[in-house]
Design a protein around this ligand. Sequence first.
Ligand code: FAD
Length: 544
Amino acid sequence: MLIHLYLQIKGAENYPFYTYLTLLLITMISTVGKTGQWKTLPPLELPTVNNNISQKLHNDCETITLASRDYGNIVHELPAAVFHPSSTHDIVSLIKSSYDSPVVPYRIAVRGQGHSTRGQAMTRGGVVVDMAKFRTQRRNNGVVITSVSDEDPLINGYYADVGGEQLWIHVLHTTLEHGLAPVSWTDYLYLTVGGTLSNAGISGQSFRYGPQISNVHEMDVVTGKGDLVTCSSRKNSELFHAVLGGLGQFGVIARVRIALEPAPKRVKWVRVLYSDFSAFTKDQERLISINGRKQSSALDFLEGMLLMHKDSISNWRSSFFPQSDHSKIASLITKHGGIVYCLELAKYYDDQSQETVDKEIQFLLQGLAYIPGFHYEKNVSYVEFLNRVRSGELRLQQQGLWDVPHPWLNLFIPKSQILNFDSGVFKDIIHKRNITNGIVLVYPMNRSKWDDRMSASIPDEDVFYTVGFLHSSGFDNWEEYDAQNREILEFCSAAGMKVKQYLPNHRTQEDWKTHFGTKWGSFLERKLKFDPRMILSPGQKIFA
Ligand code: FAD
């Protein structure tokens, strides 16, 4: 009560860290009794909530605290309650109860794993649906695999029906038991299926297989009216396309049918270094031009990153280069004005292709303009490759460095602008500010692998780059990174670059209109159709 009163008085949009701490303190004082145990506040009085739902609403301090933070650790919004569903039907009931409310409906935010960076899975004063809790309640293991579908010629092969609350790592392990796997991934697998599909789900496989949203056959979605609808590109297709890349605005993804293919066993993983950005991007573009899904000569993975100082040679996401070469690479970075570009590629193989994989990689590397002598290779299992970020995460967690602020900025940049971006951002803004000590990813994708009917907004060129500034900061200096992010965005805007934010964070509806461009009209229409009372995903701040 105290908190809500305080917030009403303050009218704060989100809370600076110290205000947030004060609020938490008030919550703790009011919820920890003389026994020192967490106490549950009296049941919430949400209008039209039935008994079955109210039993699953929690507002103890610990639960509220968890739902008011995310990986970004910058925005903190206190919900009124957190919902622990044990079935899709519970989610239907919760949304229906809000939709049917005779007074103002309460907002509902689905929290996948809370790995957003700007409060996208939060709601101030509304209800957070905790999908991690849902995962623990699932009766089956949340992933059901079906082999060749005779009924549906469009699905020629295998697929998995996966709960939207499931983690990709679980999907990987379960499908591998059948010798199968999805083809499109994210770099990090402890994200939820519903969470990444609400954005796009990109990684080094996207140039060839498209983002994860391009590899979905069908979904069950609970709309903002509380209707449970099965949709695909042929059945309720408007909802299907709206939800994929739809930032959680149109419905809760309850089940997803994902395309599977036979899983490879091992991976040849290569990194080569460049001093010249133009040569680096030319080679990346050449390699992603070979991109047929069935084309055996194509790479399976292509990314790239900046190396700017000795810390970036072995960062938390992957320690790849042999220790003995670290000083050699550090000298190279110094020699080239503090910046070197690393192209990263991979080719999968198994018992049958073991003999040929080296030749295929050699063939692909022929004629590339990387610096001779800076060619590194690893040979790892498929799981080790896909799960490469996890060991770094566990290390950071042990050191207490995982839960720091993450002022990330992720952009999609049209190919025609990438050289300007290098000179204006990498070599100027970043260089001058000299605070970027984390990971900066740079790699291209093919627009043809994306489906324009889906909500995800991407640049209007055949090839576009993703650039990810994946900063970690202290609690006292994240604003410096934010200022840098703003300067980068202002630079792009002044140069007329038409970049799009990935995992977008916009504050005004004008900015959202610009973000969606020609898609804004249909985005709005779909919102009015599937979530007319604007209940879902308020943390995105699109219709707030
Ligand atoms: P949340 O952050 O909990 O939710 C994100 C949004 O989706 C919210 O608006 C939420 O309300 C909505 N949502 C969640 N579940 C559902 C559902 N079932 N139905 C409808 N809406 C839902 N992204 C990439 O594309 N590629 C990467 O390589 C990549 N690497 C990452 C590495 C790390 C370490 C981290 C922290 C993030 C990374 N991401 C990457 C970003 C990631 O895709 C987003 O954080 C995304 O939001 C998924 O996280 P989540 O499952 O925790 O979802």
